[in-house]
Design a protein around this ligand. Structure first.
Ligand SMILES: [Zn+2]
Length: 271
């Protein structure tokens, strides 16, 4: 499902609820065919990625990415090698894929994290909570109301009304979330959604940030929702993400991973 919306200076190619693939075109323009090709490439990759990094204690930290259809949303599983507990970040509309991945590695989630409350990032919450009811559901305080409201989480708008269990814990800027041997600094990044947060793991080099729908490879999150704000998003990226080391790996909510340095150098929204 691709919708094409035009507004002054920008063209949005939006393959999903909040996929947020925004493409800013060069002054001489890009043909529609090329636009669709770029969109298709982002939607197709990655099918599955696994990033392994050793922390200061030489423990391997693994980040799995599982792509959930129909919105090509990236769900992440984060775990420290040798441990049976893990974190699940933004479980989407295909929780069975998450179950299969967890079972294949004998992992049990100790918490479920949401970067924001749009439906494609929270649709799997209920299934995971049903299976592991003691795993707390964690989200930014500003987006917690979206969990239980199909209008606010945009699922009703797209004909797939759903709700999540309510939040067990809410985070704010400056909080540190620690569980399953992993530790994250929390930063607030409004614009795509007012209560959007990102999770930054600094326990290895390079750092890793779970960025949700804020910053994509060559693009940014959509801001054409009733509570979206383009200026807020640009400011959030500049102040909360571009202040991280250039080597920081960005694991986005859609499409392939990137780095802070690559986006600072090449992302057309920050030229
Ligand atoms: Zn979103």
């Amino acid at each position: 499902m691709i919708s094409l919306l035009a507004c002054p200076g920008l063209v949005y190619i939006a393959p999903c609820v909040c996929t947020g693939l925004q493409v800013k075109f060069a002054p001489d323009g890009v043909t529609l065919h090329e636009q669709q090709t770029r969109s298709s490439q982002l939607r197709e990759s990655p099918k599955f990625i696994l990033i392994s990094i050793f922390d200061a204690d030489k423990k391997m930290v693994k980040w799995h990415c599982i792509v959930s259809q129909p919105f090509a949303e990236n769900t992440y599983i984060a775990t420290v090698a040798g441990r049976s507990d893990c974190l699940v970040i933004d479980p989407g509309f295909e929780p069975d894929k998450v179950f299969q991945s967890l079972e294949s590695e004998d992992l049990v989630p100790s918490a479920i994290l949401n970067t924001h409350g749009h439906s494609d990032h929270i649709a799997g919450n209920a299934a995971l909570k049903e299976r592991w009811p003691t795993a707390p559901l964690v989200i930014g305080h500003g987006d917690a109301n979206k969990l239980t409201d199909p209008e606010l989480n945009l699922s009703a708008t797209y004909g797939l009304p759903m709700v999540s269990p309510p939040a067990d814990s809410m985070l704010a800027a400056g909080d540190v979330f620690a569980d399953a041997g992993l530790e994250f600094e929390v930063r607030e990044t409004p614009g795509h959604s007012p209560g959007h947060i990102v999770f930054i793991c600094k326990q290895h080099d390079p750092w890793v940030v779970f960025g949700g729908d804020v910053l994509f490879r060559g693009s940014i999150g959509r801001t054409d929702f009733p509570d979206g704000n383009h200026e807020h998003l640009i400011t959030a990226v500049r102040e909360q993400l571009f202040t991280l080391p250039d080597t920081t790996i960005v694991l986005p909510g859609h499409g392939p991973s990137t780095t802070v340095g690559e986006e600072k150098a090449t992302n057309p929204f920050f030229a």
